[in-house]
Design a binder for this molecule. Structure first.
Ligand SMILES: [Cu+2]
Length: 128
């Protein structure tokens, strides 16, 4: 290889070294993406006022931040049936619990307060 050919080759190599990490990051599985944060506010014996149905994608990582926002002294807890999120300790008003979940491939799951029947909703995991 002549010196003339060497310089463009070195430049190409430098570009490849700089660009490779970004390209690899794009190729990574969805599990490696930053987690999605979902805030759940417990008030008046509901989650977010309406116990909404929550939609997730297969393999999505979700960071739940669950806060008891009752104005009176009501204890709540948070579980997701079938996702290995158990009731945990009762949460007093003002307390929060953070839970990280990697969504399964598909399915419907109930999220609930373990103390109050009817306080909870559905999580649906499906491809869009
Ligand atoms: Cu409750």
């Amino acid at each position: 290889m002549t010196k003339r050919a060497l310089i463009p080759a070195l430049l190409l190599l430098a570009v490849a070294v700089v660009a490779a990490p970004a390209l690899l990051a794009r190729l990574r599985a969805p599990e490696a993406a930053p987690p999605r944060t979902v805030a759940l506010h417990m008030r008046e014996y509901t989650f977010n006022g309406t116990n909404p149905t929550l939609q997730f994608r297969p393999g999505e990582r979700v960071h739940f931040i669950v806060t008891n926002e009752e104005e009176s002294n009501v204890l709540h807890n948070f579980r997701v049936v079938g996702m290995n999120v158990d009731c945990g300790p009762p949460m007093k008003p003002g307390e929060r619990r953070e839970v990280m979940v990697t969504m399964p491939k598909s399915g419907e799951f109930a999220y609930t307060c373990c103390t109050h029947p009817g306080m909870g909703g559905k999580m649906v995991v499906a491809k869009k």
